[in-house]
Design a protein around this ligand. Structure first.
Ligand code: MTE
Ligand code: MO
Length: 373
C-alpha cells in the first residue's frame, strides 16, 4: 500500500504549534477549574471543613470557565487533528522503539482528549448514552489527558521551540505563500472559537445572556426567573407528600419545626448564585433562616459539620454533607423564599439550602432533615 500524498500545505509544524498552544491553554484552564470543581463537590475528609466560602461567586467563575474552555477546546481539537492527520499515513508506520512509543503517546492523547471533550459536551445537555458513571470517568480521564499533553509537549519540545515564533528560522524557511493561507486558517479557527463562545458563554456570564442561543440553559428561563436542573416531578417529590412536612434537626438537643414555626424564626437575605456543574449559573436573592442559627438551637458545638437530607425519594443529591466553613457562614441559609416570593416546588419548596461558593448540586432542595455531625 502506498501512502496518499497531501496537496494541502498547512499540515506543518508551524500550524500545529500555533493551534497547539491555544489548545494547550484551553486544556490547562479546563483542567485546573475541573480540579477545583471536583474538590468542592467531593472534598477529601482533610479539607472538607476548610473549603473557602469567598468569593461567593468563585465557583460560578471557575465552572463558567471550565465549560467555556471545554467547548472552545472542541473546536481547537478538531482544528489540530485536521492539521496533523496526514501523520496517520506516515510510512513505515513504525521506525523503531522510540518512534513506536511516541506514536502510542499521541494515540493516547488523541483518544483521551476526544473522549473527554465529547462526553463533557453530552453531559452539559444531560445525555448519558454510556454505561459508566460520568463524574468519576471525567475526573480520571482529565488526569490522563493532562498527563499525555505534558508528555506530548516534552516529546515535541524541539519542534515547538523551532516554530514558536513567526520569526523563528524554521518558520521563515517554510514557503512564503503558505504564511497567507496559514493566517486565514488561524483566523477561521479563531472565528469558530469566538462563535462557539459567544453563543454559549451567556449561560453563566449574564452580561452576554442575549447571545446565549446555543447554551443548554438560559440564565433567566425557568420558574421564578431561574433555571431548574431537576424538577420536583423528576425527583419524585409530589405535592401530597409535603402536606405534613416537618423540619427535623438532630443534634445534642434535637427538635422539629412545622413550616409556620420555621417561618417565624429570624430571617436573613442573601444575594447568591446557583452555579450548576453543567455550566449555567444565575444570581438570585434568597431569604430564609441561617443554617448556623438552626444548628445552634440544636446545641451543636462550634465548628460542627452538617448532613442535609432531602425528602426526594431517590437520587444522587438526596443527601449532602456540609463542612464547617459553610455551616458557620452567615450567608448559608435554609432558604424559604426566592426573589421575595415563596419558593416554587421546582426550586425546593418548602425549604432548600443555599450557600456561597458551592456547586449547584450541593444546594439541596426539599430539605426535611438536618443532622449535626
Ligand atoms: N434534592 C435535590 N436537590 C437538588 C438537586 C436534586 O436533584 N435533588 N439538583 C441540584 C442541582 S444539580 C442544581 S444545579 C440546583 C439547581 O437549583 P434550582 O433547580 O432551584 O435552580 O439544585 C440542586 N439541588
Ligand atoms: Mo446542577
Amino acid at each position: 500500500m502506498r501512502p496518499p500524498t497531501f496537496a494541502g500545505q498547512l499540515h506543518d509544524a508551524r500550524t500545529a504549534t500555533a493551534v497547539g498552544r491555544w489548545l494547550g491553554a484551553a486544556f490547562a484552564v479546563c483542567f485546573v477549574t475541573g480540579l477545583i470543581s471536583h474538590y468542592l463537590q467531593h472534598p477529601p475528609a482533610w479539607i472538607a471543613d476548610d473549603l473557602p466560602t469567598r468569593p461567593v461567586w468563585g465557583y460560578r467563575l471557575t465552572q463558567g470557565l471550565h465549560v467555556g474552555t471545554g467547548l472552545a477546546a472542541i473546536v481547537l481539537l478538531l482544528a489540530k487533528l485536521w492539521t496533523v492527520y496526514p501523520r496517520l499515513y506516515v510510512w513505515p508506520p513504525v521506525r523503531g522503539f522510540r518512534h513506536a512509543l511516541e506514536r502510542i503517546s499521541v494515540a493516547l492523547l488523541v483518544a483521551s482528549a476526544v473522549l473527554q471533550v465529547f462526553t463533557g459536551l453530552l453531559n452539559i445537555v444531560q445525555w448519558y448514552p454510556w454505561p459508566f458513571g460520568f463524574i468519576q470517568t471525567h475526573f480520571a480521564l482529565g488526569w490522563v489527558v493532562i498527563g499525555s499533553i505534558l508528555l506530548h509537549i516534552a516529546v515535541k519540545a524541539p519542534d515547538i521551540r523551532a516554530h514558536w515564533r513567526l520569526s523563528s528560522p524554521a518558520t521563515l524557511a517554510l514557503p512564503a505563500e503558505d504564511a497567507t493561507d496559514r493566517r486565514s486558517l488561524l483566523l477561521g479557527i479563531g472565528a469558530a472559537v469566538g462563535a462557539v463562545t459567544l453563543t454559549t458563554v451567556g449561560q453563566s456570564f449574564t452580561p452576554l445572556k442575549v447571545t446565549d442561543v446555543l447554551g443548554p440553559r438560559h440564565p433567566d428561563h425557568g420558574p421564578m426567573g431561574l433555571p431548574v436542573n431537576r424538577t420536583a416531578a423528576a425527583a419524585g417529590v409530589r405535592p401530597d407528600r409535603l402536606r405534613d412536612w416537618r423540619l427535623e434537626v438532630r443534634g445534642p438537643t434535637p427538635y422539629t419545626l412545622t413550616l409556620p414555626e420555621l417561618r417565624a424564626l429570624p430571617r436573613h437575605t442573601a444575594r447568591l448564585p446557583i452555579a450548576c456543574v453543567e455550566g449555567w449559573s444565575q444570581e438570585a436573592q434568597w431569604s430564609g433562616v441561617r443554617v448556623r442559627d438552626l444548628l445552634a438551637r440544636a446545641g451543636a458545638p462550634p465548628g460542627a459539620a452538617l448532613r442535609v437530607t432531602s425528602l426526594e425519594v431517590s437520587g444522587s443529591y438526596r443527601v449532602m454533607e456540609m463542612g464547617r466553613e459553610y455551616a458557620e457562614d452567615p450567608l448559608t441559609l435554609l432558604a424559604l423564599e426566592l426573589g421575595g416570593q415563596v419558593l416554587s416546588l421546582d426550586h425546593g419548596y418548602p425549604a432548600r439550602i443555599i450557600a456561597p461558593n458551592r456547586p449547584g448540586v450541593l444546594q439541596t432542595k426539599w430539605v426535611t432533615l438536618l443532622e449535626v455531625l
